[in-house]
Design a protein around this ligand. Structure first.
Ligand SMILES: [Zn+2]
Ligand SMILES: [Zn+2]
Length: 410
């Protein structure tokens, strides 16, 4: 049973904003000391394996909601790709069909869905006055801000308590890509055509969410293995679309835009050219793609793949790029498995956010990293990672594995 620290009304009263946000719906809160926003989705504690992060998930093939035959255990799919067929079909549940990939809404979404919006309490309009000035000291928006001056003639006037507890509803979508009907298939063992189909399904769903008027960012990621955050063993990846731009993404976009404005060049394209000249952190290069360990890798063995030609959005890549990328991603995960058998890993796709104007120097990328280290005290304390492995050494190890690979393999 989910632990209850206080009743809903008590919790809302503590934050002083009970009329604005329903805390039973996913929502975001800002710590006014650090300026950091955190997403809360408290119902996710009801997931089958939440908070189990050291042991292999106990869910067996028989009880797995993602296995073929258990289609009724998931919400109705938004997309199905039949096995051995590149044509996606519509809304059927997939039960009884020979599907290869299913995309279903997450049963335990991390963001509010339409039901939360319709409650009138956690939609994007339900933002506390303070949160409208996200990232800034919240009291600056209040008329008595002069009370915070050091003037001896004025008595300090504190803002309303709600200004110290900024909160806003977060809505959007959370989808799961079930990558195979087979429970024990690893990504590196997927058929090459299946990986390419999966990338095209990613493109379709990213494109779908990018067209929704209120969506500001779409995150596509894979958690493989319990220590990478996967609560189910069955191969799957996820998409979360949100109505607010995450701070870190905003900072990246701003940095790339400023570089483009100053130099007229794309920052990622310039980095690609410099990595090709240096070769010290290169792992693999094809006619279309480059795989390298970034100069300031924030994690050991971090591998980044992108197109050598400028391309802002992953979802705009053509068939040849996708086929090449499918091969390189599958090989990359195979290299990690060779170095660290059964290691947990994550991958992420960064693409130009919806509504971010074109011509601002954004360039898509794919990042893959094994979970070899834990975030420890210094990292939490200073928001600065200690990486025990130079990317030059990581690239040397990955290149060595790549060279030993059977060159005739897909
Ligand atoms: Zn399964
Ligand atoms: Zn570029």
């Amino acid at each position: 049973m989910k632990p209850e620290l206080a009743s809903k009304s008590e919790r809302s009263a503590l934050a002083g904003d009970s009329e604005l946000v329903d805390y039973d719906c996913p929502h975001s809160r800002m710590d006014v000391i650090t300026g950091r926003w955190t997403l809360f989705a408290n119902h996710r504690g009801e997931r089958p394996n939440d908070f189990v992060f050291t042991a292999t998930p106990k869910m067996t093939q028989e009880g797995c909601p993602f296995c073929k035959g258990n289609e009724a255990s998931t919400p109705d799919p938004v997309m199905i790709l039949p096995r051995d067929d590149s044509g996606a079909t519509g809304q059927a549940s997939g039960e009884g069909t020979d599907w290869g990939i299913r995309v279903v809404p997450n049963k335990y979404p991390a963001v509010g869905t339409r039901s939360c919006e319709s409650s009138g309490s956690a939609g994007s309009s339900a933002v506390s006055p303070a949160a409208k000035h996200s990232g800034d000291p919240v009291w600056q928006s209040y008329p008595n801000q002069a009370g915070y001056s050091r003037s001896a003639e004025r008595q300090p006037t504190p803002p309303p308590d709600a200004a110290l507890f900024p909160v806003r509803g977060i809505t959007g979508g959370h989808e799961v890509f079930i990558e195979s009907p087979e429970h024990f298939t690893s990504f590196a063992d997927l058929d090459l055509g299946q990986v390419a189909n999966l990338l095209r399904v990613y493109q379709a769903r990213l494109g779908h969410w990018a067209q929704q008027p209120s969506i500001r960012y779409v995150s596509l990621f894979k958690n493989a293995g319990p220590s990478a955050g996967a609560s189910l063993l069955h191969p799957h990846s996820q998409l979360i679309a949100v109505t607010e731009m995450p701070q870190a993404i905003r900072a990246t976009i701003d940095r790339m835009r400023r570089y483009h404005a100053r130099t007229g060049c794309c920052l990622q394209c310039d980095v690609v050219r410099a990595e090709l000249r240096s070769r010290r952190r290169l792992i693999a290069v094809t006619d279309r793609l480059i795989a390298y360990c970034p100069f300031a890798s924030y994690l050991p063995m971090l591998l980044r793949i992108t197109t050598r030609q400028h391309a802002e959005r992953f979802e705009d890549l053509g068939d040849d790029d996708i086929d090449d990328l499918a091969r390189l991603i599958r090989r990359s995960i195979g290299w990690l498995n060779s170095l660290y058998p059964d290691v947990a890993y994550n991958f992420l796709i960064h693409t130009r956010p919806p509504q971010a104007a074109a011509q601002q120097g954004f360039h898509w990328s794919f990042e893959l990293f094994p979970r070899l280290t834990q975030i420890a005290g210094f990292e939490w304390s200073c928001d600065t990672v200690i990486n025990p492995l130079l990317p030059e050494d990581a690239a040397t190890r990955l290149r060595a594995v790549a060279l030993r690979e059977n060159p005739l393999r897909d």
